[in-house]
Design a protein around this ligand. Structure first.
Ligand code: HEM
Length: 406
Protein backbone atom coordinates (compact mmCIF):
# COMPACT_ATOMS: atom_id res chain seq x y z
CA UNK A 1 0.00 0.00 0.00
CA UNK A 2 1.34 3.45 -0.93
CA UNK A 3 1.97 6.28 1.47
CA UNK A 4 -1.38 7.87 0.75
CA UNK A 5 -3.28 4.67 1.34
CA UNK A 6 -1.44 4.36 4.62
CA UNK A 7 -2.23 7.88 5.72
CA UNK A 8 -5.91 7.33 5.00
CA UNK A 9 -5.85 4.17 7.03
CA UNK A 10 -4.04 6.00 9.79
CA UNK A 11 -7.05 8.30 10.08
CA UNK A 12 -9.25 5.41 11.00
CA UNK A 13 -7.82 4.70 14.40
CA UNK A 14 -8.77 1.24 15.56
CA UNK A 15 -12.52 1.11 15.56
CA UNK A 16 -13.57 1.49 11.93
CA UNK A 17 -16.66 3.36 10.82
CA UNK A 18 -18.22 5.62 13.38
CA UNK A 19 -15.07 7.37 14.57
CA UNK A 20 -14.48 11.03 13.94
CA UNK A 21 -11.52 11.93 11.73
CA UNK A 22 -8.91 13.98 13.48
CA UNK A 23 -6.97 16.79 11.87
CA UNK A 24 -3.82 15.67 10.16
CA UNK A 25 -1.12 18.24 10.51
CA UNK A 26 0.84 19.05 7.39
CA UNK A 27 -1.51 17.27 4.99
CA UNK A 28 -3.67 20.30 4.37
CA UNK A 29 -2.97 22.51 1.39
CA UNK A 30 -5.29 25.15 2.81
CA UNK A 31 -7.01 27.88 0.90
CA UNK A 32 -4.57 30.54 1.97
CA UNK A 33 -2.95 30.98 -1.44
CA UNK A 34 -6.22 31.52 -3.24
CA UNK A 35 -8.18 33.27 -0.55
CA UNK A 36 -6.27 35.04 2.19
CA UNK A 37 -8.59 35.05 5.13
CA UNK A 38 -9.02 33.30 8.41
CA UNK A 39 -7.35 29.91 8.40
CA UNK A 40 -9.70 26.98 8.79
CA UNK A 41 -10.25 26.05 12.41
CA UNK A 42 -7.86 23.34 13.49
CA UNK A 43 -9.54 20.00 13.90
CA UNK A 44 -12.68 19.57 11.86
CA UNK A 45 -11.97 22.28 9.29
CA UNK A 46 -8.36 21.40 8.57
CA UNK A 47 -8.81 17.63 8.37
CA UNK A 48 -8.03 16.44 4.83
CA UNK A 49 -8.39 13.07 3.16
CA UNK A 50 -6.17 12.64 0.08
CA UNK A 51 -8.08 12.10 -3.16
CA UNK A 52 -5.26 10.24 -4.91
CA UNK A 53 -4.25 6.75 -3.85
CA UNK A 54 -4.74 3.08 -4.65
CA UNK A 55 -8.32 3.16 -3.34
CA UNK A 56 -10.90 5.86 -3.74
CA UNK A 57 -11.52 7.85 -0.58
CA UNK A 58 -14.95 7.59 1.02
CA UNK A 59 -14.97 3.82 1.51
CA UNK A 60 -12.86 2.98 4.56
CA UNK A 61 -12.89 6.46 6.08
CA UNK A 62 -15.44 7.09 8.82
CA UNK A 63 -18.72 8.46 7.52
CA UNK A 64 -18.71 12.25 7.68
CA UNK A 65 -21.37 14.52 9.20
CA UNK A 66 -22.88 15.36 5.79
CA UNK A 67 -23.34 13.51 2.54
CA UNK A 68 -24.77 14.11 -0.90
CA UNK A 69 -25.49 11.07 -3.01
CA UNK A 70 -26.07 11.95 -6.64
CA UNK A 71 -26.56 10.06 -9.89
CA UNK A 72 -26.13 11.36 -13.42
CA UNK A 73 -26.93 9.91 -16.83
CA UNK A 74 -24.65 10.53 -19.78
CA UNK A 75 -26.02 13.32 -21.96
CA UNK A 76 -27.96 11.94 -24.96
CA UNK A 77 -25.22 12.71 -27.48
CA UNK A 78 -22.32 11.79 -25.17
CA UNK A 79 -20.19 8.69 -25.61
CA UNK A 80 -16.82 7.37 -24.57
CA UNK A 81 -14.85 10.58 -25.29
CA UNK A 82 -17.27 12.76 -23.37
CA UNK A 83 -17.19 10.32 -20.48
CA UNK A 84 -13.40 10.54 -20.45
CA UNK A 85 -13.52 14.34 -20.47
CA UNK A 86 -16.00 14.36 -17.61
CA UNK A 87 -14.03 11.94 -15.45
CA UNK A 88 -10.84 13.94 -15.99
CA UNK A 89 -12.55 17.19 -14.99
CA UNK A 90 -14.32 15.63 -12.03
CA UNK A 91 -11.17 13.92 -10.74
CA UNK A 92 -9.08 17.10 -11.03
CA UNK A 93 -11.77 19.08 -9.24
CA UNK A 94 -12.24 16.49 -6.50
CA UNK A 95 -8.47 16.48 -5.91
CA UNK A 96 -8.42 20.28 -5.58
CA UNK A 97 -11.46 20.51 -3.34
CA UNK A 98 -10.28 17.74 -1.03
CA UNK A 99 -7.04 19.71 -0.56
CA UNK A 100 -9.10 22.76 0.37
CA UNK A 101 -8.34 24.62 -2.88
CA UNK A 102 -10.98 26.36 -4.97
CA UNK A 103 -12.28 24.69 -8.14
CA UNK A 104 -10.72 25.46 -11.52
CA UNK A 105 -14.04 26.26 -13.10
CA UNK A 106 -17.52 27.05 -11.83
CA UNK A 107 -16.13 28.09 -8.45
CA UNK A 108 -19.06 29.55 -6.51
CA UNK A 109 -17.29 30.48 -3.26
CA UNK A 110 -19.78 28.63 -1.08
CA UNK A 111 -16.90 27.06 0.90
CA UNK A 112 -14.51 29.98 0.62
CA UNK A 113 -13.75 30.34 4.34
CA UNK A 114 -13.67 26.67 5.21
CA UNK A 115 -10.98 24.01 5.17
CA UNK A 116 -11.60 20.70 3.42
CA UNK A 117 -13.46 19.29 6.44
CA UNK A 118 -12.55 15.68 5.48
CA UNK A 119 -14.21 16.05 2.09
CA UNK A 120 -14.25 12.88 0.03
CA UNK A 121 -15.70 12.37 -3.45
CA UNK A 122 -16.29 8.77 -4.51
CA UNK A 123 -17.26 7.86 -8.09
CA UNK A 124 -19.18 4.81 -9.28
CA UNK A 125 -20.44 3.46 -12.62
CA UNK A 126 -23.93 2.04 -13.16
CA UNK A 127 -24.63 -0.90 -15.48
CA UNK A 128 -26.28 1.25 -18.16
CA UNK A 129 -23.14 3.36 -18.63
CA UNK A 130 -21.25 0.64 -20.42
CA UNK A 131 -23.53 0.31 -23.45
CA UNK A 132 -23.90 4.06 -23.81
CA UNK A 133 -20.13 4.61 -23.72
CA UNK A 134 -19.36 1.78 -26.14
CA UNK A 135 -17.85 -0.29 -23.35
CA UNK A 136 -20.34 -3.17 -23.26
CA UNK A 137 -17.57 -5.76 -23.41
CA UNK A 138 -15.96 -4.28 -20.29
CA UNK A 139 -19.03 -4.34 -18.05
CA UNK A 140 -18.30 -6.63 -15.08
CA UNK A 141 -20.56 -9.67 -14.90
CA UNK A 142 -21.48 -8.74 -11.33
CA UNK A 143 -22.80 -5.34 -12.45
CA UNK A 144 -26.35 -6.36 -13.26
CA UNK A 145 -29.53 -4.88 -11.82
CA UNK A 146 -30.19 -6.04 -8.27
CA UNK A 147 -32.99 -8.62 -8.07
CA UNK A 148 -36.42 -7.55 -6.82
CA UNK A 149 -36.83 -8.28 -3.11
CA UNK A 150 -40.14 -8.95 -1.33
CA UNK A 151 -41.54 -5.70 0.06
CA UNK A 152 -39.55 -3.42 -2.28
CA UNK A 153 -41.39 -0.16 -3.02
CA UNK A 154 -38.82 1.31 -5.39
CA UNK A 155 -39.11 4.56 -7.29
CA UNK A 156 -37.10 4.08 -10.51
CA UNK A 157 -36.66 7.85 -10.91
CA UNK A 158 -34.62 7.88 -7.70
CA UNK A 159 -32.55 4.80 -8.45
CA UNK A 160 -29.76 3.52 -10.73
CA UNK A 161 -28.08 6.01 -13.07
CA UNK A 162 -24.96 5.89 -15.26
CA UNK A 163 -22.64 7.68 -12.83
CA UNK A 164 -22.82 7.82 -9.05
CA UNK A 165 -21.21 10.33 -6.71
CA UNK A 166 -20.88 10.09 -2.95
CA UNK A 167 -19.75 13.46 -1.56
CA UNK A 168 -19.04 13.45 2.18
CA UNK A 169 -17.71 16.24 4.40
CA UNK A 170 -17.89 17.31 8.02
CA UNK A 171 -19.45 20.63 7.02
CA UNK A 172 -22.72 21.16 5.16
CA UNK A 173 -21.44 24.09 3.08
CA UNK A 174 -18.31 22.23 2.03
CA UNK A 175 -20.38 19.24 0.93
CA UNK A 176 -22.90 21.33 -1.01
CA UNK A 177 -20.11 23.36 -2.59
CA UNK A 178 -18.59 20.20 -4.04
CA UNK A 179 -21.96 18.97 -5.30
CA UNK A 180 -22.75 22.24 -7.07
CA UNK A 181 -19.33 22.57 -8.66
CA UNK A 182 -19.28 18.99 -9.92
CA UNK A 183 -22.82 19.27 -11.23
CA UNK A 184 -22.08 22.49 -13.12
CA UNK A 185 -18.93 20.99 -14.59
CA UNK A 186 -21.01 18.12 -15.98
CA UNK A 187 -23.09 20.44 -18.16
CA UNK A 188 -23.37 19.08 -21.70
CA UNK A 189 -21.72 15.81 -20.69
CA UNK A 190 -24.08 14.33 -18.11
CA UNK A 191 -27.47 15.24 -16.71
CA UNK A 192 -28.52 14.92 -13.08
CA UNK A 193 -30.82 11.96 -12.45
CA UNK A 194 -31.39 12.07 -8.69
CA UNK A 195 -29.85 13.56 -5.55
CA UNK A 196 -30.24 12.74 -1.87
CA UNK A 197 -28.78 14.49 1.15
CA UNK A 198 -27.90 12.73 4.39
CA UNK A 199 -26.18 13.29 7.67
CA UNK A 200 -24.37 11.56 10.51
CA UNK A 201 -22.68 12.46 13.74
CA UNK A 202 -20.69 15.71 13.78
CA UNK A 203 -17.15 15.17 15.06
CA UNK A 204 -16.90 16.51 18.59
CA UNK A 205 -20.60 16.04 19.33
CA UNK A 206 -19.85 13.22 21.73
CA UNK A 207 -17.43 13.37 24.64
CA UNK A 208 -15.31 10.69 22.97
CA UNK A 209 -15.53 9.10 19.54
CA UNK A 210 -18.32 6.51 19.51
CA UNK A 211 -20.20 4.51 16.92
CA UNK A 212 -23.01 6.63 15.51
CA UNK A 213 -26.73 6.14 15.96
CA UNK A 214 -29.43 5.92 13.31
CA UNK A 215 -32.85 7.63 13.44
CA UNK A 216 -34.37 4.64 15.24
CA UNK A 217 -31.96 5.46 18.06
CA UNK A 218 -29.78 2.38 17.73
CA UNK A 219 -26.01 2.26 17.82
CA UNK A 220 -25.36 1.32 14.17
CA UNK A 221 -22.12 0.11 12.59
CA UNK A 222 -20.72 -2.05 15.40
CA UNK A 223 -20.28 -5.34 13.58
CA UNK A 224 -18.84 -3.92 10.41
CA UNK A 225 -15.72 -5.53 8.95
CA UNK A 226 -12.69 -3.64 10.35
CA UNK A 227 -9.78 -2.52 8.18
CA UNK A 228 -7.47 -4.48 10.48
CA UNK A 229 -9.32 -7.76 9.93
CA UNK A 230 -7.20 -10.16 7.86
CA UNK A 231 -10.08 -10.75 5.41
CA UNK A 232 -11.18 -7.11 5.19
CA UNK A 233 -9.90 -6.55 1.64
CA UNK A 234 -11.37 -9.84 0.44
CA UNK A 235 -14.79 -8.77 1.71
CA UNK A 236 -14.72 -5.17 0.49
CA UNK A 237 -12.48 -4.83 -2.58
CA UNK A 238 -13.01 -6.38 -6.01
CA UNK A 239 -10.28 -8.44 -7.66
CA UNK A 240 -11.53 -8.19 -11.23
CA UNK A 241 -12.06 -7.47 -14.05
CA UNK A 242 -8.58 -5.91 -14.33
CA UNK A 243 -9.81 -2.31 -14.58
CA UNK A 244 -11.85 -2.75 -11.38
CA UNK A 245 -9.21 -4.58 -9.32
CA UNK A 246 -8.83 -2.76 -6.00
CA UNK A 247 -12.21 -1.09 -6.50
CA UNK A 248 -15.50 -2.17 -5.00
CA UNK A 249 -19.25 -2.38 -5.57
CA UNK A 250 -21.54 0.08 -3.82
CA UNK A 251 -25.15 -0.80 -3.08
CA UNK A 252 -27.31 2.23 -2.32
CA UNK A 253 -30.80 1.89 -0.83
CA UNK A 254 -33.03 4.67 0.37
CA UNK A 255 -34.79 3.01 3.31
CA UNK A 256 -37.61 4.97 4.90
CA UNK A 257 -38.22 4.22 8.57
CA UNK A 258 -41.81 4.00 9.79
CA UNK A 259 -40.85 6.05 12.81
CA UNK A 260 -44.36 6.57 14.18
CA UNK A 261 -44.84 2.79 14.42
CA UNK A 262 -41.33 2.23 15.70
CA UNK A 263 -41.49 4.84 18.43
CA UNK A 264 -44.77 3.31 19.66
CA UNK A 265 -42.91 0.10 20.54
CA UNK A 266 -41.63 -0.22 24.12
CA UNK A 267 -37.83 -0.19 24.38
CA UNK A 268 -37.52 -3.89 25.27
CA UNK A 269 -39.50 -4.78 22.15
CA UNK A 270 -37.28 -2.52 20.03
CA UNK A 271 -34.25 -4.26 21.50
CA UNK A 272 -35.60 -7.72 20.64
CA UNK A 273 -36.18 -6.61 17.04
CA UNK A 274 -32.49 -5.76 16.67
CA UNK A 275 -30.92 -8.19 19.17
CA UNK A 276 -28.93 -5.45 20.90
CA UNK A 277 -29.49 -3.13 23.85
CA UNK A 278 -30.53 0.37 22.84
CA UNK A 279 -28.50 2.34 25.38
CA UNK A 280 -25.09 1.00 24.43
CA UNK A 281 -25.56 -1.50 21.59
CA UNK A 282 -24.53 -4.50 23.71
CA UNK A 283 -25.77 -7.84 22.30
CA UNK A 284 -28.74 -9.36 24.17
CA UNK A 285 -26.73 -12.60 24.36
CA UNK A 286 -24.08 -10.95 26.54
CA UNK A 287 -25.70 -10.60 29.95
CA UNK A 288 -25.70 -7.51 32.15
CA UNK A 289 -21.90 -6.95 31.95
CA UNK A 290 -21.80 -6.91 28.17
CA UNK A 291 -20.76 -3.87 26.14
CA UNK A 292 -21.04 -2.81 22.52
CA UNK A 293 -18.05 -4.84 21.42
CA UNK A 294 -18.95 -8.05 23.27
CA UNK A 295 -19.17 -10.71 20.55
CA UNK A 296 -22.70 -11.73 19.56
CA UNK A 297 -23.51 -15.32 20.62
CA UNK A 298 -26.30 -16.54 18.36
CA UNK A 299 -26.63 -19.80 20.32
CA UNK A 300 -27.07 -18.27 23.80
CA UNK A 301 -30.37 -18.94 25.57
CA UNK A 302 -32.12 -17.10 28.37
CA UNK A 303 -33.33 -18.56 31.70
CA UNK A 304 -36.55 -19.74 29.99
CA UNK A 305 -34.56 -21.68 27.40
CA UNK A 306 -35.47 -19.44 24.45
CA UNK A 307 -32.83 -17.86 22.24
CA UNK A 308 -31.39 -14.66 23.76
CA UNK A 309 -31.26 -13.19 20.26
CA UNK A 310 -34.66 -13.89 18.69
CA UNK A 311 -34.96 -15.98 15.51
CA UNK A 312 -36.05 -12.88 13.57
CA UNK A 313 -33.67 -10.37 15.24
CA UNK A 314 -31.95 -8.16 12.68
CA UNK A 315 -28.40 -9.03 13.81
CA UNK A 316 -29.13 -12.76 13.57
CA UNK A 317 -30.74 -12.63 10.13
CA UNK A 318 -28.08 -10.23 8.74
CA UNK A 319 -25.04 -11.97 10.26
CA UNK A 320 -22.46 -13.57 7.95
CA UNK A 321 -23.04 -16.82 9.90
CA UNK A 322 -26.66 -16.86 8.67
CA UNK A 323 -25.74 -16.04 5.07
CA UNK A 324 -22.92 -18.35 4.04
CA UNK A 325 -20.32 -15.79 5.11
CA UNK A 326 -21.78 -12.93 3.03
CA UNK A 327 -20.41 -9.62 4.30
CA UNK A 328 -20.20 -5.95 3.38
CA UNK A 329 -18.93 -2.65 4.76
CA UNK A 330 -21.95 -0.55 5.68
CA UNK A 331 -21.37 3.21 5.50
CA UNK A 332 -24.84 4.69 5.73
CA UNK A 333 -26.19 8.14 6.53
CA UNK A 334 -29.49 9.30 7.98
CA UNK A 335 -31.86 11.48 5.96
CA UNK A 336 -34.91 13.57 6.69
CA UNK A 337 -36.86 15.32 3.94
CA UNK A 338 -39.85 16.74 5.84
CA UNK A 339 -43.26 15.13 6.03
CA UNK A 340 -45.18 12.89 3.67
CA UNK A 341 -48.78 13.69 2.68
CA UNK A 342 -50.08 11.55 5.57
CA UNK A 343 -48.03 13.53 8.08
CA UNK A 344 -45.46 10.82 8.73
CA UNK A 345 -41.77 11.67 8.59
CA UNK A 346 -39.96 11.16 5.29
CA UNK A 347 -36.87 10.01 7.13
CA UNK A 348 -34.65 7.00 7.37
CA UNK A 349 -31.37 5.56 6.23
CA UNK A 350 -29.38 6.21 3.07
CA UNK A 351 -27.91 2.72 3.20
CA UNK A 352 -24.56 2.52 1.41
CA UNK A 353 -22.60 -0.73 1.50
CA UNK A 354 -19.30 -1.56 -0.18
CA UNK A 355 -18.40 -5.13 -1.06
CA UNK A 356 -16.11 -7.19 -3.25
CA UNK A 357 -19.06 -8.81 -5.04
CA UNK A 358 -22.76 -8.04 -4.51
CA UNK A 359 -23.59 -11.73 -4.97
CA UNK A 360 -21.48 -12.46 -1.86
CA UNK A 361 -22.57 -9.34 0.00
CA UNK A 362 -25.80 -7.40 -0.18
CA UNK A 363 -27.91 -9.73 -2.36
CA UNK A 364 -28.03 -12.88 -0.19
CA UNK A 365 -28.33 -10.83 3.01
CA UNK A 366 -31.18 -8.67 1.73
CA UNK A 367 -32.94 -11.77 0.36
CA UNK A 368 -33.02 -13.17 3.86
CA UNK A 369 -33.80 -9.86 5.57
CA UNK A 370 -36.75 -9.15 3.27
CA UNK A 371 -38.41 -12.40 4.36
CA UNK A 372 -37.33 -13.01 7.93
CA UNK A 373 -36.18 -9.79 9.60
CA UNK A 374 -38.34 -8.42 12.43
CA UNK A 375 -37.09 -4.96 11.52
CA UNK A 376 -38.46 -5.06 7.98
CA UNK A 377 -42.03 -4.29 9.08
CA UNK A 378 -40.75 -0.88 10.21
CA UNK A 379 -38.95 -0.14 6.91
CA UNK A 380 -39.71 0.68 3.27
CA UNK A 381 -37.00 0.31 0.64
CA UNK A 382 -37.85 3.20 -1.69
CA UNK A 383 -34.88 3.53 -4.05
CA UNK A 384 -32.00 1.33 -5.11
CA UNK A 385 -28.79 1.38 -7.10
CA UNK A 386 -25.71 -0.75 -7.71
CA UNK A 387 -22.46 0.81 -8.91
CA UNK A 388 -18.98 -0.43 -9.72
CA UNK A 389 -16.56 1.80 -7.82
CA UNK A 390 -13.21 1.89 -9.64
CA UNK A 391 -9.91 1.93 -7.78
CA UNK A 392 -8.37 5.27 -6.88
CA UNK A 393 -6.40 7.45 -9.27
CA UNK A 394 -2.68 8.20 -8.90
CA UNK A 395 -1.46 11.83 -8.99
CA UNK A 396 -2.05 13.12 -12.50
CA UNK A 397 -4.50 10.33 -13.32
CA UNK A 398 -8.27 10.19 -13.15
CA UNK A 399 -10.79 7.77 -11.71
CA UNK A 400 -11.88 5.29 -14.38
CA UNK A 401 -8.73 5.69 -16.46
CA UNK A 402 -8.08 1.93 -16.45
CA UNK A 403 -11.57 1.37 -17.86
CA UNK A 404 -11.32 3.97 -20.59
CA UNK A 405 -7.69 3.62 -21.57
CA UNK A 406 -6.59 0.23 -20.22
C1 HEM B 1 -33.02 1.20 8.00
C2 HEM B 1 -32.54 -0.02 7.85
C3 HEM B 1 -31.58 -0.64 8.81
C4 HEM B 1 -31.33 -0.38 10.12
C5 HEM B 1 -32.02 0.67 11.01
C6 HEM B 1 -30.29 -1.26 10.56
C7 HEM B 1 -29.78 -1.29 11.84
C8 HEM B 1 -28.79 -2.14 12.27
C9 HEM B 1 -28.27 -2.19 13.62
C10 HEM B 1 -28.72 -1.32 14.77
C11 HEM B 1 -27.34 -3.17 13.65
C12 HEM B 1 -26.54 -3.63 14.89
C13 HEM B 1 -25.25 -2.88 15.05
C14 HEM B 1 -24.22 -3.19 14.02
O1 HEM B 1 -23.60 -4.27 14.03
O2 HEM B 1 -24.04 -2.35 13.14
C15 HEM B 1 -27.23 -3.72 12.32
C16 HEM B 1 -26.38 -4.73 11.94
C17 HEM B 1 -26.27 -5.20 10.66
N1 HEM B 1 -27.03 -4.86 9.58
FE1 HEM B 1 -28.51 -3.52 9.57
N2 HEM B 1 -29.92 -2.05 9.52
C18 HEM B 1 -30.66 -1.70 8.42
C19 HEM B 1 -30.61 -2.25 7.17
C20 HEM B 1 -29.72 -3.21 6.77
C21 HEM B 1 -29.63 -3.76 5.44
C22 HEM B 1 -30.50 -3.37 4.25
C23 HEM B 1 -28.61 -4.67 5.45
C24 HEM B 1 -28.08 -5.52 4.33
C25 HEM B 1 -28.80 -6.05 3.37
C26 HEM B 1 -28.09 -4.71 6.80
C27 HEM B 1 -27.05 -5.49 7.21
C28 HEM B 1 -26.57 -5.54 8.50
C29 HEM B 1 -25.46 -6.38 8.88
C30 HEM B 1 -24.65 -7.30 7.98
C31 HEM B 1 -25.28 -6.18 10.25
C32 HEM B 1 -24.24 -6.85 11.14
C33 HEM B 1 -24.77 -8.16 11.64
C34 HEM B 1 -23.74 -8.88 12.51
O3 HEM B 1 -22.89 -9.55 11.92
O4 HEM B 1 -23.81 -8.74 13.72
N3 HEM B 1 -28.79 -3.82 7.57
N4 HEM B 1 -28.14 -3.08 11.50
Amino acid sequence: MGAQGFSRRALLGGAGAGLAVGAIGGAVGGRAAASPGPAAAPGTGAAAVPFHGPRQAGIVEPAQARVHLAAFDLAPAAGREQLRTLLRIWSATAARLTRGEPADGHENQIALDAGPCSLTVTFGFGAALFDKAGLADRRPEALVPLPAFPGDALDPARGDGDLWLQIGADDALVAFHALRVLQRQAAGLAVPRWQMAGFGRTPGATARPTTGRNLMGQVDGTNNPKPDDPDFAAKVFATGPAWLAGGSYAVVRRIRMLLDDWENQPTDRQERVIGRRKTDGAPLSGGPGAGETTPVDLTATGPDGTLAIAPDAHVRVAAPASNGGAAMLRRGFSYQDGLLADGSPDAGLLFVAFQADPARGFVPVQRRLARGDGLSRFLRHEASGLYAVPPGAPEGGYVGQQLLEG
